[in-house]
Design a binder for this molecule. Sequence first.
Ligand code: BES
Ligand code: ZN
Ligand code: ZN
Length: 455
Amino acid sequence: MTVITDRKAFDKSATPLLATDAKRLPKLLEKLTPAQRRWVASGDFEAKPHTHCTVPGAKGEVELVIAGVRDADDPWALAHLPLKLPAGRYALGKGPVTIGEDKAAFGWALGSYQFTRYRKGRRKPADLQLAASDKVAQALGVADAVKLVRDLVNTPAEDMGPAELSDIVREQADLFGAEFDEWVGDELLAQNFPAIHAVGRAAARPPRLLELNWGNPKHPRLAIVGKGVCFDTGGLDIKGAEGMRLMKKDMGGAAHAIALARLVMQRKLPYRLQLLVPAVENSIAGNAYRPGDIVRTRKGLTVEIGNTDAEGRVILCDALAYAVEEKPKLVIDFATLTGAARVALGPELPAFFANDEKLARKLADGAEAVEDPVWRMPLWRSYRRLFESEVADFNNSGKGGFAGAIVGALFLDWFVPEATPWAHFDTFAWNDVSRPGRPAGGDAMGLRAALAALE
Ligand code: BES
Ligand code: ZN
Ligand code: ZN
C-alpha cells in the first residue's frame, strides 16, 4: 500500500510535502523558519522538476519535504519520490504548486513500481496519504492497469506463454463478470483461424486465440485486439542475438489490450466490449511455417510469407477479420509490430494509424490531455504496392524495407472494412532508460491516450 486513502489509517504525524517550481521557490522559502531556510540554502536545491530537498527538524528527523515539479499538470510530478524519500508516511501540504490528488496518486503509485516477481524490491517505497475520492480511485485504477502491462511484459517468455496469457484474460473476465472463450492448437484450424495456427504451430506450447466479451449488447460494439507473440525468435528468418534479446516483450500489444479492456470494464464504459488476443510463440521446429509458404487467412485472402519475422500482422489479420464479423463501431489494436516504427519515432513515442479522422483526433486529444504522447502516421495506401506478391494476394513483408511501419499498418488495413473506424498502435512497450515513474523495462505507451479517447 504505497498510496493510502483510508482515513482510518491516516497518520497525523505524516511528513508534509510541498511542491514548487523553480520560480516560486523563494516564495515558499519565505514561509519557512530561518533555520529551515538556512538548511535549504546550504545545498544546491533549485526546485528543478524531479528533484527534492528534505528539511530536518531539531532531532534530525525529516520535518518537511520540498518537491521540485514542472507544473501542476505533470502526471509524473511526484513520481521520483517514493523510491528516493526515506520510507515512512507523507502527506501533501500547501506549497506554491498544487498537485491534484489524482495526479499525485497516479505518479506516486507508478513511482513505487518495482518488478518483484523474481526478487525482492530494492527497498520499501515511501507512503503517501491522500483523501479518498472518485478521481483518486480512478487514477489508482489506471496506475494498476499500467502496472499490469509492466508485469506482463517484464515476465520472461518461459513464464508468460500463450497459456499464461490465457489465464490472465480469464482472470480479468472473472473479475468483471465477462465471458471468456478460447481456441487452442488444432481448434484454430477447425474454427478457421489458419493464420494464427500457421505462425504458432512450431512452438512446444500451442497457439491460442483468446476472447473476452463484456457489457450490454445494446451498447456500441468496441473491439480491442492485441498482438500476443509471447516470444519472437523471428522463426526460420531468425533474428540475430541482439534483435532477439528483448523479444519476451512481443506480447506487449496483448498486455495493452488486456489493460485497456480492464479499464473499460472497471469504469463501466457504455460499450459492448470484445477483447481478442492471438497468443503464439514464433518458434523454430521442423513444422515451422517457411519463407515462401502461402498462408490462407480467415478472410480468404492468401498471404505469401516473405519473412517469417513479420509474424505479428499474420496473426492479427485473423483476429481482426473475426472482430469485424460482428460489425463493431470501433476497433483498436495494439502491437509491437515493427522495428521501423522505432526507427521513425524512437522508443518513447508510439505510432498510431487511423482510417477515421474523428477517431484520430480523439486519440490525439486524449494523448495530450493525459500526457501520454502518441504520434499519428499515415495509412498511405499507395504503398500497398510494397507488399504485392507474384503468387498470392499479398506478401507479409515489404519490398526494399521502405516505410516498414506503414507497410505493417497497411497490411492490417486490408482486413478492416473502410467504414469501420479503426486505430492501430505500433508501440515499443519498453523503456530503454529510466525516467521518473518509468523504470527501464516493460511499460504502457498509448494506453491512457486510448482510454481518454474511449471515454
Ligand atoms: N516483433 C518485431 C518488431 C519489433 C522489433 C518491435 C524490435 C520492437 C522492437 C516484429 O515481429 C518484426 O520482427 N518485424 C520485422 C518485420 C520485417 C521482417 C518486415 C521488423 O520490423 O524488422
Ligand atoms: Zn517478428
Ligand atoms: Zn514480433
